[in-house]
Design a protein around this ligand. Structure first.
Ligand code: ADP
Length: 417
């Protein structure tokens, strides 16, 4: 019987007996019964509401997967929680994208097709210790991941952890950077080894068979000098690249006028232009200030104009225009276009030209004294200046390399470097 009914029944019997035995008048007995019943009712309701207030907390504690689910849903990495029997308690959207077959309540070992991760889960349950494992996926594209499996014990020293949390880190961008660095070191070593091997071979020849041959000596020394220059250029370009990369996040803040810079570059390459029989024409505004590092901007235009003279020479004409324009977003920018009328570049090469050591024709580039780093330098310098390079070319009809740089309003001409 409920406590309230029991108390009411007892009170009813007691007050009825008192009234029947004339101890209490009937009215007092009814009033006493009413007061006691009401008090008991109110007191028990208070206890009940106290219990009711506690109830939601007790319910939450019973269904611990709710806050767990909320926390896991908010995690930036893919996360899966398993119960003590290896069944999926919950997983977030990112984990679902990684393993679409996983369902709540299902044993992970039956669905997850990652043997390395399943092994790590087994080890984590058995040892109660965190496990880390790397694995890769080939389809649809190559991707690398690290899975971290962390056993969680909610009671002191249970035989088996009551929860396993699995987190996945995407290592793909890191792997790509590692691969690029390894490729870069291999390429740089190869580029340095070639002239070094030539130098060693000529030194041996001069010490041996050509020791007393004055004509051969002259010829060999000239070749050796050219190889030594090539190595020096390569080292110079490598050092420049690394310096620019180190400063990549610092945007230059000194004003520089592009017009005198372009004239300075063309004057400096006059001998090369004359040797190639190429006429260079400049069509420029009177002044075009940008925020920039003077020497780096000189390097950009030196590379572009030199390439136009080297690779576009058969066209015999190089045109440079220095103009104000608008970017695709409508912002004011300087546009400096270097156009040659040489053989042009096949479309499949165009997107790769700014990669380090990428060349359309390695023999031709070497014959022209190229290092394969010129356009990579251009790209990095322009990135630092918040600018970009665009390349347009039609095979047989020359190429246009255009530098885009945001322009600035400079108060006084005297401040321009
Ligand atoms: P390199 O030291 O070989 O000149 P760059 O990075 O400056 O290195 O250029 C990469 C490649 O792009 C060159 O080897 C050449 O094949 C191609 N290239 C660059 N400029 C031109 C151009 N104006 N016309 C045709 N090909 C060009």
């Amino acid at each position: 019987m409920a406590p309230r009914a029991l108390v009411s029944l007892t009170a009813a019997i007691v007050f009825a007996a008192l009234a029947i035995g004339n101890v209490l008048a009937v009215g007092y007995a009814v009033a006493g019964f009413a007061v006691i019943t009401l008090s008991v009712f109110l007191a028990l309701r208070g206890i009940a509401s106290e219990e009711a207030r506690r109830l939601p907390l007790a319910t939450v504690a019973e269904h611990a997967s709710d806050p767990l689910e909320a926390v896991i849903a908010g995690m930036p990495d893919p996360v899966i929680a398993l119960d003590r029997n290896g069944r999926v308690l919950t997983l977030n959207e990112r984990a679902r994208a990684l393993a679409p077959a996983l369902r709540q309540g299902e044993p992970v070992s039956l669905v997850l097709r990652m043997p390395e991760v399943i092994d790590a889960i087994g080890r984590a349950y058995a040892s109660g210790e965190e496990q880390r494992v790397e694995y890769s996926e080939r389809i649809p594209i190559d991707r690398w991941f690290e899975a971290i499996v962390v056993p969680v014990k909610r009671q002191a020293d249970p035989a088996r952890p009551d929860l396993l949390l699995m987190t996945f880190h995407d290592l793909t961008p890191l792997r790509h950077v590692e691969e690029m660095r390894a490729d870069f070191v291999a390429n740089a070593s190869h580029e340095l080894r070639t002239p070094l091997a030539a130098l060693s071979a000529f030194i041996e020849t001069l010490q041996g068979t050509a020791r007393d041959d004055a004509k051969a000596r002259e010829r060999f020394l000239a070749i050796m000098q050219e190889q030594a220059r090539r190595m020096a250029r390569l080292i110079d370009d490598l050092l420049s690249l690394s310096r620019i990369e180190q400063n990549a996040h610092r945007r230059p803040d000194t004003p520089a006028d592009l017009v005198p810079i372009v004239h300075q570059v063309v004057d400096g390459l006059e001998t090369l232009a004359r040797d190639r029989g190429v006429t260079v024409r400049i069509d420029a505004e009177s002044s075009l200030p940008v925020l920039g590092e003077h020497d780096e901007l000189v390097r950009v235009f030196e590379n572009l104009v030199e390439n136009a003279l080297k690779y576009g020479a058969p066209g015999k004409r190089v045109e440079i225009s220095v103009r104000r324009g608008l970017s695709s977003e409508g912002a004011a920018e300087a546009q400096i276009a270097v156009r040659d009328h040489g053989p042009g570049i096949a479309p499949e090469h165009v997107p790769r030209l700014t990669e380090r050591f990428y060349r359309v024709d390695v023999t031709e580039s070497r014959a022209q004294g190229g290092t394969g780093l010129g356009l990579a330098l251009v790209k990095h310098i322009l990135n630092r200046h918040r600018g970009r390079l665009s390349i347009e070319s039609v095979l047989g009809r020359g190429a246009t390399f255009t530098v885009h740089l945001p322009t600035v309003t400079v108060p006084a001409a005297a401040e321009i470097s």
